[in-house]
Structures are given as C-alpha cells and as structure tokens.
Design a protein around this ligand. Structure first.
Ligand code: ZN
Ligand code: ZN
Ligand code: ZN
Ligand code: ZN
Ligand code: ZN
Ligand code: ZN
Length: 273
C-alpha cells in the first residue's frame, strides 16, 4: 500500500512497516524464517515463484517458509489514515482498521445504480435515481402507477387503464380503454366491413376454409381430361385434401371426382365460384 492516505507521513515508525519488495506499507505483513525483513504476502509469494531466496539476506526459502506477522499487522491497523475517497472530498479519517470499515458505507464510495447499472458516487445515487437515471421510475399521470421511464410509452400505448379515448367511429362516446373495447361491440356508427368476395380468385393451399368451397376450372388451365367434370362452367365442391396440402379432391355437379393442384409446382387448377 502506498503512503498516499497516511496522515503523518513523517512518522519514523512507518519505516518499520515497509515491505522489502514494493517499499510501501505492508499489506498482510509476513516474514520468512531466515531474517526479520517483512514483506507483503503477495509481494513475497510472487518473488519466491520466480526465485527461491529472501530478497534481503539471499538465503534460500520456499512458500512454506512464509510466516504471518500478527504483531506488525496490529501496529499497521492502528496507523491513522484518510478515507480512500478523500479525493472525492470524503473528510473521514481513522485508524487503518476503522477506515476499512468506513469504506463499506462511505457516502463517496462508487456504487452501481440497480436501475441502469451505471456507477455513481453513493450520495448522488438518490438524486440520480429520481432525476437523471434513464430507467428512473415515473408516475403515470393517468393511472398513478410508478413505471420505469423507458417503459412509459409502451404503458400508455398498450396498458394504461385510465386514459380516456374517444370512439374512433365519431359517435361522441368517450371512455377508458376497457369501456371503449366494450362500446366497440355495440357502437351505432360502427362500419361493418363486407367480407371480401373470393369469386374468381385462384384457389390456393394457403387459403382457409377450403373444404366445402365452391370452385370452377381455372380458365387459364387446359386440362387433359377436359370435359369429364362437365366443362368450364361446371361447379364443383372441394371435399377433402389429398395427402399433400397442395392438392384437393373436387366433386363436380355430375358426380365426377378428381384431384386438382392448388399450388403444387405453381399450378393453380381452380378458381372460386
Ligand atoms: Zn509489498
Ligand atoms: Zn532473509
Ligand atoms: Zn469516506
Ligand atoms: Zn441509474
Ligand atoms: Zn397509466
Ligand atoms: Zn362509438
């Protein structure tokens, strides 16, 4: 750990807490069995991985020779320091041990907003979440329910039960979303659309309600057994599908029955009557 946060950097005792490798105040101070030199646990472990000697006395050591130095740890814990967030204006000071605890709740610590996942200083979070967070919750002015800001348009468009609408049929009826749905069933001005006639359109495998439809020969198709079905004006009824959905069975007025293409290889044998 660097000296940055230490309040009294002139304190001569600090020299006793210095790591023999990084020259900062030891973090988790340890020593080897060879001499009294102290190191940060991480520093000496990394060093022994490369070369199995003490960096100061040069005697050979292994990971197993690392000994925790509890007494030094206790002294280091008592060094007065500033909160790590002092650059962000935190004024808190205390012993190293106290500051570690303080940092968990320091109002200048960086935390992430649980609505948008961006990071902010803790004491700005409340303001952020109520004023600038893109996902902040807002009250719907119609139904008074709180909804994330980015979902409010969808709420108004599809869900809000307390917006009133005017009937689109210009009958002057006004009501909430649910009322309008019910009204629509009985609106006096409702324009009932005629079902579009299928007459003379090609019979296609994508059509619905094929069974029992009345059909005729597609005049653009020349059939091999041209007149068995009674000729171009004869009317038939689709009675079932063939085993593929591109063909249907048609029974004609003269009781002749055959299969006809309704899209197989792009052939359309039939039109609706
Ligand atoms: Zn170190
Ligand atoms: Zn040594
Ligand atoms: Zn602080
Ligand atoms: Zn946010
Ligand atoms: Zn609403
Ligand atoms: Zn209406």
């Amino acid at each position: 750990m660097s000296y940055e946060n230490i309040l009294d950097i002139q304190d001569p005792k600090l020299k006793d807490y210095e790591c023999g490798i990084c020259l900062g105040i030891c973090q988790r101070p340890v020593r080897l069995s060879c001499c009294l030199q102290i190191y940060c646990y991480d520093c000496i472990k990394e060093s022994l991985d490369i070369k199995s000697t003490c960096c100061i006395c040069r005697r050979s050591n292994t990971i197993d020779d690392i000994i925790d130095n509890k007494i030094i740890q206790e002294s280091i814990d008592m060094i007065p320091i500033k909160c790590n967030n002092y650059k962000d204006k935190c004024k808190y000071t205390g012993t190293m041990k106290e500051v570690v605890n303080h940092m968990l709740t320091c109002e200048f610590r960086i935390i992430s907003c649980d609505l948008c996942l961006h990071s902010y200083i803790a004491n700005n979070m409340n303001k952020h979440q109520t004023t600038t967070c893109i996902n902040r919750k807002m009250e719907c002015k119609y139904c008074k329910i709180f909804i994330q800001r980015n979902l409010i348009d969808k709420h108004l468009e599809l869900d809000c039960l307390k917006i009133s609408f005017e009937c689109k049929n210009d009958c002057k009826f006004k009501g909430f979303r649910e009322d309008i749905k019910l009204h629509d069933l009985v609106c006096p001005n409702k324009i009932v659309e005629e079902p579009t006639s299928k007459k003379n359109k090609l019979v296609k495998y994508t059509d619905v309600d094929l069974i029992n439809s009345q059909v005729k020969q597609n005049p653009n198709c020349v059939w091999k057994y041209n007149n068995y079905h009674g000729g171009i004006n004869s009317i038939g009824t689709i009675i079932k599908y063939s085993h593929t959905k591109y063909w249907v069975y048609v029974k004609w007025e003269n009781n002749y029955t055959n299969t006809y293409s309704i899209g197989d290889m792009n052939n359309y044998d039939l039109i609706y009557n």
